[in-house]
Design a protein around this ligand. Sequence first.
Ligand code: NAD
Length: 508
Amino acid sequence: MTTAILQYNTKTEIEQTALTVQQTFKSGYTRPLKFRRHQLEQLWRLIDDNTDALCDALYMDLRKHKNEATLGELITTKEEINDALVHLEEWARDERTTPSFINRVGTTCIKRKEPKGVVLVIAPWNYPVYLALTPLVGAIAAGCTAVLKPSEVTPHSARLIAELIPRYLDNKAFMVVNGGAPETTQLLDHKWDHIFYTGNGTVAKIIMKAAAKHLTSLTLELGGKSPVIIDENANMTVAAKRIAFGKTFNAGQTCIAPDYILITAKAEEKFVPALKQAFLEMYGPDPQASKDYGRIVNTRHFKRLCDVLMENKSGDVVIGGQADENDLFIAPTVIANVERDDKLMEEEIFGPLLPLIRVTDIDDAIEYINSKDEPLALYIFSTNRKLVNKVLDSTRSGGVLVNDTLMHVSEGTLPFGGTGPSGMGSYHGKSSFDAFTHVRSTMIKGLSPVIESAMGLRYAPYTSWSMTFAKMLMETTPQFKRGFLQKYIKWIVVVLLFGVHYARNIRH
Ligand code: NAD
């Protein structure tokens, strides 16, 4: 893999960047929808005009095939932009609510969609373009200003992003900082209005601690061990192809890659040959020679994966097992009959190793999933509705996909995010807009003396009369006791009481 020299920003540059985006947001410059729309269009053009350069950078960083780069990073981001362009006005529109009884007259209640403000987006290395630019779509659409910190682990992509963003986007509002942990730490010392972090859980705790200092809100897009349950009656050929795809796309370095499989011994007999066949069809007999198969991002991660495999004591390697450090290559590797507490089952694998855990039945599989942290994704291969519902009702995870892998991430109508240790908050489609938006509750009241006369009931001196009337205005009949009469009687009584109250006020 080529080593690129990524220019890290200096301390002074980082300070200046943080200050600039603060000042730009304060000026109100990013709020008009026209501005947001133009920036989104520019971001789309950034990708479209530079498709080859982006694909080249992704190839140099991860040896990502052009198809994988285009489908997994560029089109997905462009679709997010297009979705935001189609719905921008609708998402940003004020929403009027129907006020409760006490505020029904002379009051307007509005949910205003306001930008959270100045946001920091911290991206990881595994999808260095998609995971940097997609959160930015939400920030732009919501009317925020943003600093983007790409991952230094994929330097070609980070360098290209830093070069392109100022050429296409407004560089007072959207800026890039390059660097590693010290530069990110310096950024985190500043007060942000929202931090959007994608990466591992250990660094997420550092981010959360930094955010806590300023009570800054967070979106945390993290990872975890995403399990796959395979029902004995599932179509094994199709299941194997879809799992092989999910496990080898980007060489398994995907936050929602199938991490391990829960399967009965009987199903395993049919599944393993089908999986072997699927890998063979995808990458041929020598995956290292296949131009379609990616590489591990760097030596550190290569060694981490080899160590996990070496230290894992149980199970048999039934597919793959080859590795070449000079080429950062690890073959798609399947380890059958792994013990539940062995090394492969400790941390998120994040590479092309796939352990198979034997279970006796679906209850056993559910119990095992529930004994571990809530995963980012849960996969079920089955056409048995009852079994699928049982799994859904008795487990927790960020998302669920039945009879496929990875594809739910591409669905803009579904929020994407984790729960518990797999993350906090979500994005994609409207959820991206919402992640960077503060819904400002706004109540506007009239100053009419007639309304004031009723509202005056809350002022001292308190009387039993004002109490009775105020109770009538504020307290509703509970839903379960509400008949036809109760629905209208309140209005009649209130109008009568109000008439008496108003007449008394006039006499005084
Ligand atoms: P990474 O090493 O690139 O780190 C992510 C970001 O954190 C980088 O920008 C990096 O500079 C910054 N960082 C690293 N150490 C830091 C520190 N000490 N202080 C401040 N900032 C620091 O990426 P990673 O964490 O290895 O990414 C892989 C993980 O991300 C996996 O666990 C994967 O599941 C998860 N992930 C989740 C999603 C999702 O959408 N939920 C997507 C991709 C990856």
